[in-house]
Write a protein that binds this ligand. Structure first.
Ligand code: CO
Ligand code: CO
Ligand code: CO
Length: 346
């Protein structure tokens, strides 16, 4: 029996995240533990928590899991694992260990699909140098899968979303439009080339991008996932107490993503993300509506967004492209805090 996981879900991948506005409401009630060894906690809404063990070593801890973002169980496992590990790369860490987190409807799906999801996760983790040493499964519908990941980082070499400096350029390593293309596939609007390219990008580890960040001593980055390019850029600006401008025409897009939006293919997650960012958004009066909605498209296992000094930006781009991240581009810049955190222009 050929299993099609996409038939089981309304929202898959990072589009299934709870609305960022609701999440922010709830987090207000969550007490933050106080401990001088906690170097990064959820206070700055960073990608992962960081805990200092000694002067040489800190642990990076993160977890992500979600319902299927594609039809094939093995590919779903690969994408979910790449996405979970990504938050360690975004913090400048080396991912080391992981645990599987699985929800699987045993009565509704053949056990082969269960095994294939885990196999996809295992193979992607192995590619990243991560050993999966345990896990936990709950019987639940629809299926959901991801990892809890532990990585190492030197306490002085943590990359955070709170270190953007005025004058920095913003560099993005993967094109945008994953949510749009996968929604388009469901509606029969997306072409096969774009769907395959989207799956390739979602499976692609942010490992090589992270190595370029380390080589160039980059201090500020985040990965682009469920809150979309605009949502994660806004969080970075807020945590860094700066303003960020993005020129949407410079943002690399996957295939026909623009035309799909023009034809009305805008996933629901985009509107939730817009609602979250709106009060912090300055929108240029000429901003193209389709480009605006693309900025809010939820990405699954999206690229790294890094802040790079003008002195090293050309060599960073050269190194990223040499690593196969050929769409890497400068998409905007950081300025001192003026009015709103995020500005979107054409
Ligand atoms: Co992240
Ligand atoms: Co995450
Ligand atoms: Co258990």
């Amino acid at each position: 029996m050929k299993v099609d996981l996409l038939q089981m879900v309304e929202y898959g991948g990072c589009s299934a995240k709870i609305s960022p506005k609701q999440l922010e409401e709830i987090l207000k009630y969550l007490p933050l533990p106080k401990d001088p060894n906690i170097l990064v906690d959820i206070d700055t809404h960073d990608d992962a928590g960081v805990y200092r063990v000694n002067d040489e070593l800190a642990l990076v801890l993160t977890t992500d899991f979600f319902p299927p973002v594609c039809s094939d169980p093995y590919e779903f496992g690969q994408i979910a694992a790449a996405n979970s590990i990504s938050d360690v790369y975004a913090m400048g860490g080396d991912p080391i260990l992981a645990l599987n987190i699985m929800m699987f409807p045993a009565a509704k799906l053949p056990m082969e699909a269960y095994a294939d999801i885990l196999k996809g996760g295992f193979d992607k983790a192995t590619e990243a140098g991560v050993r999966i040493i345990g896990g936990h499964t709950i019987d639940d519908f629809p299926p959901k899968y991801g990892l809890a990941v532990v990585g190492y980082v030197h306490p002085q070499k943590i990359i955070t979303n709170a270190a953007a400096k005025p004058g920095d350029y913003l560099v993005l390593t993967k094109p945008v439009g994953m949510g749009i293309i996968m929604a388009g596939q469901r509606l029969g609007m997306a072409n096969e080339t774009d769907v395959n390219e989207t799956k390739r990008l979602m499976k692609l580890l942010n490992k090589s991008g992270a190595e370029v960040m380390k080589k160039h001593n980059i201090k500020c980055a985040t990965d682009i996932t469920g809150f979309g390019l605009a949502g994660h850029a806004m969080k970075m600006a807020k945590a860094s107490k700066v303003s960020i401008s993005i020129q949407m025409k410079k943002v690399p897009l996957i295939g026909n993503a623009y035309n799909l939006v023009d034809d009305g293919c805008i996933p629901g997650a985009s509107f939730r993300n817009l609602e979250f960012v709106e009060e912090h958004l300055f929108e240029d009066s000429t901003l193209d509506y389709n480009l605006k909605m693309i900025a809010f498209d939820a990405q699954t296992s999206g690229g790294l967004l890094m802040c790079v000094s003008p002195y090293s930006v050309e060599s960073v781009l050269k190194d990223l492209r040499a690593e196969g991240l050929t769409s890497s581009a400068i998409i905007g810049e950081v300025t001192g805090l003026k009015g709103r955190y995020l500005s979107l222009e054409n």
